[in-house]
Design a binder for this molecule. Structure first.
Ligand SMILES: [Zn+2]
Ligand SMILES: [Zn+2]
Length: 391
């Protein structure tokens, strides 16, 4: 088969225009399933052809362990899409979740990608059977089991647990799935015959984690079906009390969506109650942190005086400074020792007060002539005056 054509070849602006012109109401939905798939390349090509004909757009990952799909479909073709899924044994009756907020423009193209795993777990292939999962629990049952005293484990990374979690949950310190799952195994040692509850953002990670625990002899594993996202939806629909407190970390521009008004975390800079999560705006740093509005103003949306000093420079000067420095990818690392951060801020402010800069490498450099330096650097200990926030 000529497979070259089985992908999008158009530029984003053309795709956007095409979507505008189409003008069809679309529905955005997501689904996943751990299921053994074989001949994955052939399957990928077949799905592409089949779904392209139905006007499906979106991002689909398939691997030998299953499928993870987020798609947008002309609403008139929903039925046909369901039929196409059900016609394949591997995907028959796969439950899908329809996005609540939907402008129909969530995806511009169809991408079906073959991956090694649908959830990168860092574990050896065939270390365990990913399809041997725990019991799926709805919000009401999950609440009830919590009340009965079940052990509850958060299967997200450390930075996702910061601003919200279930009451009494074990929150892993690791910042990778692999690290978290190994840590949980150690924490739960001896509880093989007790009820264990797991949860994550959308359900896909704790589903895999539940299979891993079962592989290690845990007999009563249950996971929150549809994750925190669907838990919140069920609470609203059924008027249930929330045992999840605070905000849910999400992987889009918003970073978080509020589930309850509880504030479960503190500002990493001043220590006051706060659950506003943000990235350090110095782009090579980009660390996630919890930062209150007062500290955001004081540190110019940065994690430290050192980042602030760079961030408030003219854009072209920043660009030269960044040359040859690597930029930390977004949403993957958080400050995990607020105490150390506060000490660092304290030390940096002291240096700033005595030396006028935390970046002596800039002084006299081409990018940053001394004259400019004195205009920007502070001569008083409280740091540069930052007027308002820059976004
Ligand atoms: Zn603060
Ligand atoms: Zn920073």
């Amino acid at each position: 088969m000529d497979t070259h054509r089985l992908r999008n070849l158009h530029r984003p602006d053309i795709l956007r225009e095409r979507l505008e012109r189409e003008g069809l109401p679309r529905t955005t939905l997501s689904f996943y399933r751990y299921v053994r798939l074989s001949e994955v390349e052939e399957l990928r090509n077949a799905l592409y052809l089949e779904w392209e004909a139905l006007g499906v757009l979106g991002r689909i990952y398939i691997s030998q362990e299953g499928i993870n799909a987020q798609v947008s479909i002309p609403s008139a073709d929903l039925e046909a899409f369901r039929t196409a899924l059900d016609a394949r044994d591997a995907f028959a009756n796969v439950p899908w979740k329809i996005a609540v907020e939907d402008d129909g423009k969530s995806f511009l193209k169809l991408m079906v990608k073959v991956k090694k795993k649908i959830v990168a777990d860092g574990l050896a292939d065939d270390a365990f059977d990913v399809t041997d999962v725990g019991e799926h629990l709805d919000a009401a049952t999950f609440n009830q089991k919590l009340e009965e005293g079940a052990v509850v484990v958060d299967m997200r990374n450390n930075y996702e647990c910061l601003i919200g979690h279930f009451e009494g949950a074990y929150l892993p310190k690791a910042d990778t799935f692999r690290g978290a799952i190994e840590e949980v195994l150690v924490q739960l040692e001896g509880k093989q015959n007790e009820p264990v509850l797991m949860y994550c953002t959308g359900g896909i990670r704790c589903e895999k984690a539940s299979a891993y625990l079962r592989h290690h002899g845990f007999t009563q594993v249950g996971q929150l079906h549809g994750g925190i996202i669907d838990y919140a939806r069920q609470l609203k629909a059924e008027g249930l009390p929330s045992k999840y407190k605070g905000q849910n970390f999400v992987f889009d521009e918003r970073l978080a969506e509020r589930i309850t008004e509880d504030v479960v975390s503190t500002c990493m800079q001043c220590g006051g109650p706060c659950d506003r999560i943000t990235n350090c705006h110095e782009v090579t740093c980009n660390m996630l942190l919890v930062q209150c509005p007062d500290c955001a103003a004081k540190y110019a949306d940065c994690c430290s005086p050192s980042c602030r000093e760079v961030h408030v420079l003219p854009e072209e000067v920043q660009r030269i400074w960044r040359k040859g420095r690597s930029t930390r990818s977004t949403k993957t690392k958080a400050i995990n020792d607020p105490e150390a951060l506060r000490q660092r801020i304290h030390d940096e402010e002291a240096i700033l007060a005595s030396k006028g800069t935390l970046h002596p490498e800039l002084i006299g450099s081409k990018a940053f002539p001394p004259r400019q330096m004195t205009e920007i650097s502070p001569s008083h200990p409280s740091g540069p005056e930052i007027s308002g926030r820059n976004h």
